[in-house]
Write a protein that binds this ligand. Structure first.
Ligand code: NAP
Length: 312
């Protein structure tokens, strides 16, 4: 039977094609206003980082029973409102872990070895005029992972190959890991050269990286954020970079994506990427496949492959 879905963010091309091939009708949130059409929608679909679903939206959609996210983060979904209405949320954990960890290492190398600046130096013809300034070593330095989950673990694994000394802070110590646990992020920051943020976003991690954390990271420390902009206090980070109380930052996620103000774009010691942690063909296909598996299972009344932990 044809099912009516509603997209609550832009949809990756792989996923849109797959949904259309399976005869789902996908309505666009921006264009659907007719109550009759809204009443036909049985599931919402969107990406993990862009989808915002609150009580008001759900109240317009009486038949919706599933929110299928193509992404791991679900901080834009009001879980209480969803649970109240009996709506289940699924996501695609594990599909992008390796890619996001690869990008974290890429940002660590880019910011410490100043690879983007070195590229511009050659392109601008500056090499014939002088030599490129000194950079800092990654190998053998100290890493702090904030959030030792799937992505945090994959970052640590990669950092071990760079002979880094690995420290971490999570809600709980991980008995199976040989790395040094810190109960607070303030403590973690004071012991490392690179602080990499890999927690979920949302209210529970809002501004976890604050002025004190950045002070503790110190003038030789680098911050890398591949998690969510909300985990880092933007004013504190901007001040730390302007005052050089930290050495630099590599950021894949921001506070008001896709807008990144000139203040950030003009800073020389930051490397900025447009939320591309999972942007590889391989991962996008795997994320799309798992989203489709959740949709199929839902309509076939089978157990859902990957509900979010709160809906299990
Ligand atoms: P995960 O396996 O759930 O790991 C999250 C970790 O964060 C858990 O280990 C958890 O600790 C820890 N954590 C939660 N709250 C914390 C707090 N207040 N203080 C310290 N640690 C805390 O999730 P994942 O698959 O690794 O993904 C992590 C996040 O990365 C996602 O939620 C998403 O926001 C982001 N992400 C970004 C991109 C990108 O494109 N840049 C792509 C995918 C995901 P415990 O284990 O101790 O509970």
């Amino acid at each position: 039977m044809t099912q009516h879905l509603m997209q609550v963010s832009q949809i990756p091309a792989f996923l849109m094609q797959a949904m259309q091939q399976e005869d789902y009708i996908v309505h666009d949130h921006a264009h659907i206003v007719d109550p009759l059409a809204l009443g036909k929608v049985t599931a919402l679909v969107g990406t993990g980082s862009e989808s915002k679903v609150d009580k008001a939206l759900l109240s317009m959609l009486p038949q919706v029973k599933l929110i299928a996210l193509c992404g791991v983060g679900y901080d834009g979904i009001d879980l209480d409102a969803a649970r109240e209405r009996g709506v289940v949320v699924t996501h695609t954990p594990g599909t992008m872990t390796a890619d996001v960890a690869d990008l974290a290492l890429g940002l660590m190398l880019s910011v410490s070895r100043r690879i983007p600046q070195a590229d511009r130096f050659v392109r601008n013809g500056d090499w014939v005029v002088g030599t490129f300034g000194m950079t800092r070593r990654l190998s053998g330095s100290r890493l702090g992972v904030l959030g030792m989950g799937r992505i945090g673990r994959a970052i640590a694994q990669r950092a071990a190959a760079f002979d880094m000394q690995i420290n971490y802070c999570s809600r709980s110590a991980k008995a199976d890991l040989p790395y040094r646990f810190h109960a607070s992020v303030e403590d973690l920051a004071s012991e490392v050269d690179f602080l990499v943020v890999a927690t979920p976003g949302g209210a529970s991690t809002l501004n976890l990286v604050n002025e004190t954390v950045l002070q503790n990271l110190g003038p030789k420390g680098y911050l890398v954020n591949i998690a969510r902009g909300s985990v880092v206090n933007p004013e504190a980070l901007l001040q730390a970079l302007k005052n050089k109380t930290i050495a630099g930052a590599g950021l894949d996620v921001f506070w008001d994506e896709p807008r990144v103000s000139a203040e950030w774009r003009n800073l020389h010691q930051v490397v900025l990427t447009p939320h591309i942690g999972s942007h590889t063909e391989e991962t996008r296909r795997a994320m799309s496949d798992l989203t489709m598996a959740n949709l199929r299972a839902f309509y076939a009344k089978q157990p859902l492959p990957t509900p979010v932990p709160e809906c299990q």
